[in-house]
Design a protein around this ligand. Structure first.
Ligand SMILES: Cc1cc2nc3c(=O)[nH]c(=O)nc-3n(C[C@H](O)[C@H](O)[C@H](O)COP(=O)(O)O)c2cc1C
Length: 177
């Protein structure tokens, strides 16, 4: 039988993935007292017990080596006023001065992990395992602590930053402990 499968282009693949609306995070790692950050939306929850999350990082990103080396990092979920921070950490060259211009201010956790002040939430993570998958690595991490703030998330959809729309139906999930 003839093979009738068409050849999927990378552009189509990327466009399809862009239909999946996500939040935006910045992964933060300590580098000898300096903060290294990388914008990432390939982030998801993995397990509740133990509490695990994952983030997929391109082999070419500097963050890739930093996560392997440091094994502790922050995942900072951005709020809608932090778009310039997302843009800044999606660039490959950075200086501390420019990070401040982009509005990024950091705190340090007890483990010395830098976390973004005023993020909607941050997760303090410890690397559990790393799995190569194509040109990315899936970093799975245990979440040791979280801090949440009031606010609205920054969204990414079809290559554009967006703000959240209206609530369609109130969820039955508990909102407060
Ligand atoms: C909205 C958005 C989401 C991104 N998500 C990811 C991601 O999940 N994984 C990744 O490797 N790169 C992602 N990138 C690209 C990186 O942020 C970019 O390549 C960055 O320059 C890498 O920085 P580094 O080399 O300092 O680690 C994303 C970029 C944007 C704008």
């Amino acid at each position: 039988m003839p093979d009738v499968r068409r050849r999927l282009s990378q552009l189509e693949f990327r466009k399809a993935l862009g239909c999946f609306a996500t939040g935006v995070t910045v992964i933060t790692v300590d580098r000898d007292g300096e903060v290294h950050g990388m914008t990432a939306n390939a982030f998801t929850s993995v397990s509740l017990d133990p509490m695990l999350v994952l983030v997929c990082v391109d082999h070419r990103a500097r963050t890739h080596a930093h996560l392997h080396e440091k094994k502790r990092f922050g995942i900072n979920i951005l709020c809608e006023s932090q778009r310039t921070i997302s843009e800044y950490y999606a660039r490959s060259i950075e200086t501390h001065q420019h990070a401040e211009q982009a509005g990024a201010r950091f705190d340090q956790t007890g483990h010395g992990t830098p976390v973004l002040r005023d993020a909607l939430a941050y997760l303090e993570c410890r690397l559990q395992s790393a799995h190569d998958a194509g040109d990315h690595t899936i970093f799975i991490a245990e979440v040791e602590d979280v801090v949440l703030r009031e606010g609205r998330p920054l969204l990414f959809f079809r290559g554009d930053y967006q703000e959240i729309g209206k609530v369609i139906e109130s969820s039955s999930l508990p909102k407060k402990p």
